[in-house]
Structure formats: C-alpha cells, structure tokens
Write a protein that binds this ligand. Structure first.
Ligand SMILES: Cc1cc2nc3c(=O)[nH]c(=O)nc-3n(C[C@H](O)[C@H](O)[C@H](O)COP(=O)(O)OP(=O)(O)OC[C@H]3O[C@@H](n4cnc5c(N)ncnc54)[C@H](O)[C@@H]3O)c2cc1C
Length: 414
C-alpha cells in the first residue's frame, strides 16, 4: 500500500476512500448518510463550514419557523420529537438536526470546502479536492443545496448608497433597524417575513414587488395549504387544485391585486412546477400591508446616496436596504467535466428522476420540493449504492473510524 500522506508544497494530502463521499452536511447530506448507514454503508461527509445545517445555524433570521408543517419536513428514519409544535422554530429544527446526527453517529469533516470534483475515467474514481486534501471515491453525492450562495443582484447605483445594505442571509432580527426606513428588495417568503419582523421592531419597511407573486394563507380550514394541495392533487387535476387554492385565498386574504401583489397567470402549483417559485405562505405580513405598516413599492429604477428612485417615478429616502433576493446553487463552480447539472446548478432531469447521474454521481436536495424531496432522494440513493456495495478487507481504518486507504495519487490526472 503506497501513500501520498507526506505533504508536499502545494500538493494536498490524498485519501482513497471506500465509502461514498457526500458534499454538504445540511439536512440532505445528513439524510443520505443516515439512509446509507441503515444499509451498513459508512460515508464521508465534507462540509465547508464548522457545523451541521449551516444554512439554518448561520444564515437565517431569528424569527424563522418551518414554512411547512413538520410532517412534511422530517428526514428519513427519525421523525421530529412529538412535543414539537406543528411549525417548529429555527432552534427546534437545529436541535432536531443535531439529534439526528448523533443518533446515526454522523461525524462530518468540517472546514472542508470542496473546490473541485471530477470523475477520473482512468481509475473509475471521483477526485474531490478541498484546500488541504484530495479524496477519491467511486461514489460522489452532491448535497450542497439549492441555497448555497446568496444572489446579489446588480442594481443601478447601489454602490453609492450611504446606509447599510445586507442580504437576508446576514439578517438576524429587526432590532438593529429600529426606527429605520428600510427598503426590502424581493417579496418571497423571506422578504415578507423580514418585513413583518421589521414592523415588530418599529422599523418602517417598504417592500419592493417587481414581479408577480402568489400569496396563499398558511392554513385553510386548520389544515396547511401545502398539505391540502398535496391531498387534493391525488384526487384532482392540477388546474382544479389551483382554482380551489385561488378561490380559498380570495375568501381568506381578499383581493391581493388591490395591494399591489399581482398574481402570475398560471395557478400557484403550476407556477411552482414550471418556474420553481414557491408561493408565499402568509404568516401575518399581509395584514401589515393592508394596514399600511408595510408599504408596497414597484420596481427600483436606481439607488441614490440616501434612498431610491422607483419605476413609477416616486423617490424616497431610506436608512437601510435588505436584499431578499434569494439563493442559488454553487455546483457549476466546483463540479467539473460533467453536464448533469444546468448552468444554474440544478439537475437537467427534473424530479423525480434527477437524483442519479453517471459514473456513481448522485444528487440529493435539488428537487425544488424542500425537505420532502430530500427524503425521497436519500432513500433512492442509499438503495442504489447498497446494490453495488462490496466492502473490501484490504481497507484500513485510520481516522474517525472511517475506512481510508492512502495510495499514491496520480497528480497529473486532476
Ligand atoms: C429561510 C428559509 C426557510 C426554509 N424553510 C423550509 C421549510 O420550512 N421546509 C422545507 O422543506 N424547506 C425549507 N427551506 C428550504 C431549505 O433550504 C431546505 O429544505 C434545506 O435546508 C435543504 O437542505 P440541503 O441539505 O439540501 O441544503 P443546505 O441546508 O443548504 O445544506 C447544504 C450544505 O452544503 C454545504 N456546502 C455548500 N457548498 C459546499 C462546498 N463547495 N463544499 C463543502 N460544503 C458545501 C453548505 O455549507 C451547507 O451546510 C427553507 C430555506 C430557507 C432559506
């Protein structure tokens, strides 16, 4: 058994691992690792941050609760504690993730930011590079998420704005913004909820609604709108379910068009299927819009030193700007020589068939269906790898109880 463990100048240490490599220790990475362990298969998880579920721990606002009821957000094999509420808080979700990792003895390798991964056809292994290590395995599972990087749009003049500009990934609570006039750009779930949070901290949010948006009540008849839609879709065509959702929204929320929130031409479920855009589930922002506490603005024309000019000719002063402009996948920046993903970092083949590529490549959590899609992917991947898994006696356990064999790396191949 050769080794390339001696660290050379600018050459990372190299490990050939018998088990699948999972990139990302978010809910999807943990779910697939747990499903693999049910089949007796260990895994190596590489995570760029210093904790599990880093999106939830480090990049979400304090008042966040799961948007969907917990029964739609449970990971495979271990559900939420029974005493958790229907919509667990961010802290509860994180504690569930931590218990999940402990239960399945999942120990990711932290501070391992994957910079490139490429299939080496000469040896049939995926070669995965972080700053200080090269890992090689027959299987590569991409679990880096649909929300890996914040989207920072180009907005004319934003560089000259004197106040604070933050993306929602940096926003924790409205306490900093007390008495501020705040421009919130983007009206998805995050933009709406942060505007509500700003109201509660006595700030004055102005919500920019540039595109059409479907707002639905979070619940109808005491049942979550999402759960109701899922149940109805088993019985009726999509168009009928969409009509029902729109009718119920009209009776519960009123005519949102009058508030400046124009609906897309297609219904909420069809719109999500076609564009991937989730309807906004209202948790109170709409009543603040109705009472004028949250002001709806049309698109921004340009940002000035102390405010913004809008497409309808209005000009207003602001103290701060919050970019609720969403997130994107980062897969194209590190996965090389493979056309399984689009340039936007999503699998070309949509759900339910986007979980498996060629040469031992898998993806989990890229279904545009949140944690429900994660559970479905994780089970399929584990079963597929279990059918191929032939553990070898030759592999030696050398670190973290994971079986790692060190060999000479063919550095020219990567
Ligand atoms: C505010 C907000 C609220 C949400 N609410 C819900 C909800 O109620 N229900 C629901 O189902 N979904 C919800 N979602 C969607 C949610 O993001 C996912 O369901 C869930 O976090 C996806 O898990 P994931 O593991 O696929 O991705 P992530 O949670 O994003 O985890 C991916 C992990 O990969 C790591 N990573 C990324 N790139 C690299 C790299 N190059 N090298 C190493 N590691 C890397 C990241 O650091 C991260 O830890 C919400 C999302 C947001 C932003």
């Amino acid at each position: 058994m050769g080794s390339c463990k001696e660290k050379e100048e600018s050459t990372p240490m190299c490990a050939w691992v018998q088990e699948p490599i999972i990139i990302g220790a978010g809910p999807s990475g943990l779910a697939v690792s747990a499903c693999l362990s049910e089949h007796g298969i260990p895994s190596v998880i590489l995570e760029r941050s210093n904790c599990i579920a880093s999106l939830w721990q480090q990049r979400t606002y304090d008042r966040l609760k799961l948007h969907l009821p917990k029964r739609f957000c449970a990971l495979p094999l271990l559900g939420f504690p029974l005493n958790f509420p229907k919509y667990p808080t961010k802290e509860q979700f994180i504690s569930y993730m931590e218990d999940y990792a402990t239960h399945f003895s999942i120990k990711p390798k932290f501070n391992q930011n994957v910079q490139s991964a490429k299939f080496d056809s000469s040896c049939g292994y995926w070669r995965v590079k972080t700053l200080d290590m090269e890992y090689n395995s027959r299987w590569l599972i991409v679990a880096t998420g649909e929300n890996a990087e914040p989207i920072i749009p180009e907005i004319v003049g934003i560089e000259r704005f004197d106040g604070r500009v933050v993306h929602t990934s940096e926003y924790r609570s409205g306490s900093y913004f007390k008495n501020h006039k705040v421009l919130v750009i983007g009206c998805g779930n995050s933009g709406m909820e942060i505007s509500l949070d700003l109201c509660r901290h006595k700030a004055v949010p102005h919500l920019v609604v540039r595109n059409t948006v479907h707002v639905l009540p979070r619940e109808m008849f005491g049942i979550s709108s999402f759960g109701l839609a899922m149940a109805l879709l088993k019985l009726f065509p999509l168009s009928v379910v969409d009509k029902f959702l729109l009718l119920m929204s009209y009776f519960t929320l009123g005519n949102t068009e009058k508030l400046g929130l124009h609906r897309p031409k297609t219904g909420p479920m069809e719109h999500k299927n076609v564009t991937g855009k989730t309807p906004v589930l209202d948790v109170g922002a709409l009543s603040k819009i109705k009472s004028g506490k949250i002001k709806v603005m049309v698109g921004v024309k340009e940002i000035t030193t102390n405010g913004a000019k809008f497409m309808d000719g209005q000009e207003k002063e602001f103290d701060s700007i919050i970019l609720a402009t969403g997130y994107k996948s980062n897969v194209p920046s590190w996965l090389k020589g493979c056309d399984f993903f689009t340039k936007d970092g999503m699998p070309r083949t949509p759900f339910p068939n986007g979980w498996k590529g060629e040469n031992g490549l898998y993806t989990v959590g890229f279904t545009r269906r949140g944690l429900l899609g994660t559970a479905s992917d994780a089970n399929k991947i584990a079963k597929d790898i279990a059918d191929q898994w032939r553990p070898s006696e030759d592999w030696k356990s050398i670190s973290n109880s994971q079986v790692i064999l060190l060999k000479n790396c063919n550095k020219n191949k990567f």
